[in-house]
Design a protein around this ligand. Structure first.
Ligand SMILES: O=c1ccn([C@@H]2O[C@H](COP(=O)(O)OP(=O)(O)O[C@H]3O[C@H](CO)[C@@H](O)[C@H](O)[C@H]3O)[C@@H](O)[C@H]2O)c(=O)[nH]1
Ligand SMILES: [Mn+2]
Length: 715
């Protein structure tokens, strides 16, 4: 544990040197080019104001777009400054008696979108964690208050009593039963030839089939209705079959069902609300000093995750400041063509860099958290009276008593409440900002064998809906008093504040997307130059900025280990997000400011659709999506297509046309990168194509943009 020189470290942190050097060089080169670019813009702008040779408004829009792009580029730089990776060595932990208890929180909401079998697989995989069973308690929060979920849990308990001993006996690695049976792992070497293993395995498979049947039967009898109006239900499932000392309970963790009270008149704050209820309920039952949050679809794929996390909490050098250990979200339903960036590598690439600062943000689930940090008790003075404590913890005397027994907390000087933050649907980013600002650090670990595997959206619509929710949440955060660029700097380093700023301000990409996707193209049609001529030395500056940002992106993708084509898919996702998700997120955020937007958390579906899965596997875009999301993208596409065709004709016709060469290249870039939209609108005939009605709407919108955009050319 690092106390003497002879003991081996529990974990190591490696700086990714090559990436670090490339990143830093790029920051300076690209940064210098940007300065040159803006020097050009400012000098030409003053000329334009004098001479009025070029229309001012389009020119200002282009400059504004470039400013937003560069500002966001700058905010994302700290996360490139020092990328690191980590390895933990759980085998070097002290003996089991010294390990601290861990509570597992699983959240589910709707058995129709989150089928019970999947949820129970997650619950069972958590119960089977490789950790002393008396130090594990699994809590399921059922936000649907669905009787079918409670019934499923009782069946899960029965099956787990077979499953857990089997996993222990044969050192099974894949402890999510569904994953285990669908791609059977071979037994650990020492059991491989044993007939006993084969017999046990067949038996357990039979039990699993029975378990599945029982869930189906329940579903038929009970139905999958959910309720938004019910009293709280807390049920310890273990109790069903006797008391704790009963032999049937031995070697089994605690399993608890929780459906918090729901009333239509009362806001329930979605997942953040669910976590906070679990925090309080568990404080009264097991009250472990650490807890982990899992989404109902994120099963434990490596049973050692808790031990890996403990490697950091046991390190005396960081343990007192360490709040959470974050594992990435990886997905079991990803295809080799990850068309929608479902694996979220866009984020994880940055998280390696955040880890090199003071730690990654919480990313919704798969994080081990120190309960004390989450309570914010570091801020509670020692001599706090009960009233002060109630202001912080709420009115429950029992909760305060139980908390006090274990942590002897001291009282909050800030007026906040304990737990996850409510102000936004991205409770995770908000909560981590506040914890980082209090001086806590966090750790990011992404082992070769993913510790958790979830279900990611496999069609465009789900991806867009999910990204819209995130973007809206991040904007809510930006517009709240926890706006990172204002709230951060007095409390944490400027680099860390910038990273949070980069995360929450990503929705601003909507402005350059439309600014640069429409204006230069319309000007191209009218033969009005927006960029320097090819013969102008500053043309080189623009070309450099453009090429350098594209190449840097390709380098990041490849160095992260993804195939080259991912950089193209990424670029498309970025454009689709900017043109659709960010657009609606910004509109909703504006409505929200006027109190006109109803709080909402649109769940992503975890139900498998065969045809959709097939398209996903084959790498074919699934465009069955609402016109609202697709039409804006298609319109911009069509505009670029028209601009490119007519603009190129002009370039070949007249000498003056050559001044708009850069704009023609820009339009060509847009239509080439987004060729999938062209395919969807024009070439494809299958069910996943872009419907004719959406294409027609897009044609109409393109006409409107052309008309109104052309008016701008006169100002
Ligand atoms: O009122 C609610 C709404 C959602 N959930 C649960 O929250 C989890 C995440 O919901 P999901 O529909 O899967 O959304 P995703 O977009 O896939 O979730 C991502 O984004 C969320 C923030 O928007 C994070 O909380 C998640 O961890 C992260 O995986 C699921 O287990 C839900 O059951 C609740 O418990 N109560
Ligand atoms: Mn999810």
């Amino acid at each position: 544990m690092g106390t003497t020189t002879t003991t081996l470290p529990l974990h190591v942190c490696n700086v990714k040197k090559t990436d670090m050097i490339i990143n830093r060089l790029h920051i300076f080169l690209h940064g210098a080019a940007l300065l040159a670019l803006f020097y050009y813009r400012i000098t030409t702008l003053s000329q334009i104001i004098k001479t009025r040779e070029t229309p001012l408004i389009p020119y200002l829009i282009v400059i504004f777009s470039e400013l937003v792009l560069s500002f966001l580029w700058l905010l994302h730089r700290p996360s490139k400054w020092r990328p690191v990776t980590r390895i933990a060595y759980p085998e070097r932990l002290p003996e089991d008696e010294k390990l601290q208890p861990v509570d597992v929180f699983v959240c589910t909401t709707d058995p129709n979108k989150e089928p019970s079998l999947g949820v129970m697989n997650t619950v069972i995989s958590a119960m089977a964690l490789d950790y002393p069973p008396d130090k594990i308690a699994v809590y399921l929060s059922d936000d649907g208050g669905a009787p079918v979920t409670l019934a499923a849990m009782k069946e899960a308990w029965k099956f787990a009593k077979w499953w857990i001993p089997f996993c222990r006996k044969y050192e099974v690695k894949t402890r999510c039963p569904d994953a285990y049976f669908s791609s059977p792992e071979s037994a650990a070497d020492k059991f491989i030839w044993s007939t006993e293993f084969v017999a046990d395995r067949n038996k357990i498979e039979e039990k699993y089939e029975e378990f599945k049947e029982s869930l189906e039967k329940n579903l038929k009898i009970i139905g999958s209705s959910v309720s938004k109006d019910h009293p709280p239900i807390v049920q310890v499932i273990n109790d069903e079959n006797g008391n704790e000392k009963d032999s049937s309970q031995k070697g089994m963790p605690l399993l608890v069902y929780v459906a918090r009270e729901k009333r239509p008149s009362h806001p329930h704050h979605f997942k953040a609300g669910a976590i906070n209820v679990l925090l309080r309920v568990s404080a009264m039952i097991s009250n472990a000093p650490y807890f982990i949050v899992l989404d109902c679809d994120h099963y434990c794929n490596d049973p050692t995750s808790a031990r890996q996390a403990m490697c950091f909490y046991f390190d005396p050098e960081i343990s007192s400041k360490l709040a959470w250990v974050q594992f990435p979200q990886h997905f079991h339903n990803i295809s080799e063509h990850d068309l929608y960036d479902g694996n979220l590598h866009y984020y994880w690439r940055e998280w390696e860099g955040l880890d090199g600062l003071r730690g990654p943000t919480i990313t919704g689930c798969n994080f081990y958290m120190k309960r004390e940090a989450f309570y914010g008790v570091d801020r509670i003075p020692k001599d706090a009276d009960l009233n002060q404590l109630k202001k912080f913890f709420g009115s429950s005397n029992e909760l305060i008593r139980s908390t006090y027994k274990s942590y002897k907390p001291n009282v909050s000087r800030d007026e906040g409440k304990a737990g996850a933050r409510y102000n936004t649907v991205v409770e995770d980013s908000m909560t981590s900002l506040i914890l980082h600002c209090k001086g806590w650090i966090s750790v990011w670990i992404d082992p070769a064998r993913p510790c958790f595997l979830g279900t990611c959206p496999t069609n465009l619509n789900d991806m867009l809906v999910q990204q819209t929710r995130w973007a809206f949440g991040l904007l809510q955060m930006t517009l709240s008093k926890f706006s990172p660029l204002l709230y951060g700097p007095p409390r944490m380093s400027i680099l860390q504040s910038m990273s949070y700023g980069g995360l929450t301000l990503d929705p601003l990409y909507v402005f350059p997307f439309y600014g640069l996707g429409i204006i230069p193209q319309i000007c191209l049609l009218h033969g009005i130059p927006m960029y320097p001529k090819v013969s102008d030395p500053f043309f080189f500056v623009f070309a450099f900025v453009f090429i350098s940002s594209q190449l840097k992106h390709v380098q990041e993708v490849v160095s992260y280990g993804d195939p080259l084509r991912t950089s193209l898919y990424d670029l498309r996702v970025w454009m689709m997000k900017s043109g659709a998700c960010y657009l609606y997120a910004v509109l909703n955020a504006i409505l929200d400011q006027f109190g006109l937007n109803e709080a909402n958390f649109s769940l992503t579906s975890k139900v498998v659709d065969d045809e959709e899965t097939k398209r996903h596997q084959e790498g074919i875009y699934d465009f069955q999506s609402s016109p609202q999301l697709l039409a804006p993208l298609c319109s911009v596409y069509l505009l670029n297509l028209v601009a490119f065709i007519i603009g190129t004709a002009r370039i070949f016709q007249s000498d003056k046309g050559k001044e708009v060469f850069a704009q023609a290249v820009l339009a060509l870039f847009g239509i080439t990168v987004n060729y999938h939209l062209f395919q969807g609108m024009v070439l494809r005939t299958d069910k996943g194509r872009i419907s004719t009605s959406i294409t027609m709407i897009a044609v109409a919108i393109t006409g409107l943009i052309l008309f109104f955009g052309s008016l701008l050319v006169f100002f």
